[in-house]
Design a protein around this ligand. Structure first.
Ligand SMILES: NC(=O)c1ccc[n+]([C@@H]2O[C@H](COP(=O)([O-])OP(=O)(O)OC[C@H]3O[C@@H](n4cnc5c(N)ncnc54)[C@H](OP(=O)(O)O)[C@@H]3O)[C@@H](O)[C@H]2O)c1
Length: 249
């Protein structure tokens, strides 16, 4: 997107990966950044629009998002980054085969699996991705890969990300003819507020800095095209460039 003004919509930008996305995107002088659900100060020379109180677990978020966007200067979004999400609980034990409840399954699937679908439906219904073009990026997790599940557990979170992987793949098929490229990407294990353990604790057990993860994810987004739509990528924790997710969907 370098060389022209691009408009990004990032969900869940009040902390962790979303916040770092906004910081790094805002630092690119030629881009404008539109952000859902965030509380950061605008960087000099860039436009950051903060749309607060949009809860992606509720159908009402669709109307709210459109209404709030209509009160901004943003008429076309080039890149949507579906990042809002969470583990669902603060303990792995509550997501075991013995313990996981229907309520926890439904709540987590509603957030991580259906949240991105709601936001995307709202944007598409109002033609906000433009007549042709644009990119949709879904922040998934390696735990959502069925091919990579060799250890079980984490039923709610794994299922929610497996669902969003299917939604992502589906959108890549449905939107190709509209010129919209779609990708899933695993951010790797990153020191954020994810799971409520605290970034320091995640760092202590090998979590990477958000700065490194986001740098690679932005590269993957820049490189995404209609030729590569439907890709499942991952941040390479041992390297500097994003790679294809080897285990696949
Ligand atoms: N960190 C990791 O190691 C890791 C690994 C794989 C995948 N991921 C994925 O990366 C994404 C970002 O997570 P993170 O690590 O940056 O965690 P985080 O620091 O907890 O950030 C989560 C963000 O999502 C927002 N959010 C949560 N529920 C929401 C809702 N109902 N409506 C709108 N926004 C909501 C949060 O906002 P509020 O707190 O203001 O509600 C926050 O801004 C998630 O999808 C997560 O599953 C993370």
């Amino acid at each position: 997107m370098s060389g022209k003004v691009a408009s990004y919509l990032v969900t869940g930008a009040s902390s962790g990966l979303g916040l770092e996305f906004v910081k790094q995107l805002a630092a690119r002088k030629s881009d404008s950044v539109d952000v859902v659900h965030v509380s950061v100060q605008p960087a000099e020379g860039n436009l950051i629009t903060i749309l607060e109180d949009i809860d992606v677990t509720k159908d009402e978020c669709k109307g709210m998002l459109i209404e709030k966007l209509s009160n901004t200067n943003c008429t076309k979004i080039d890149v949507v980054i579906h990042n809002a999400g969470g583990m669902g609980t603060t303990s792995k034990e509550s997501q075991s085969l013995d313990n996981v409840t229907s309520e926890l399954m439904l709540n987590t699937v509603n957030l991580n699996g259906i949240g991105p679908l709601r936001v995307q439906q709202a944007l598409l219904s109002k033609g906000l991705m433009g007549v042709e073009g644009g990119k949709i990026v879904v922040i998934t997790s390696g735990l959502g890969s069925i091919g990579d599940n060799g250890s079980g557990g984490m039923y709610a979170y794994r299922s929610s990300k497996a669902l969003v992987n299917m939604v992502t793949k589906g959108m890549s098929c449905d939107l190709k003819s509209k010129g919209i490229a779609v990708m899933s990407i695993n951010p790797s294990f990153v020191a954020t507020e994810f799971g409520g353990f605290g970034p320091d604790k995640i760092k202590d057990v090998g979590g990477m800095a958000p700065e490194k993860s986001i740098k690679q994810m932005i590269q993957a987004i820049d490189e995404l095209s209609l030729e590569t739509t439907g890709r499942y990528m991952t941040v390479d924790k041992d390297g500097d460039v994003p790679i294809e997710y080897a285990a696949g969907w």
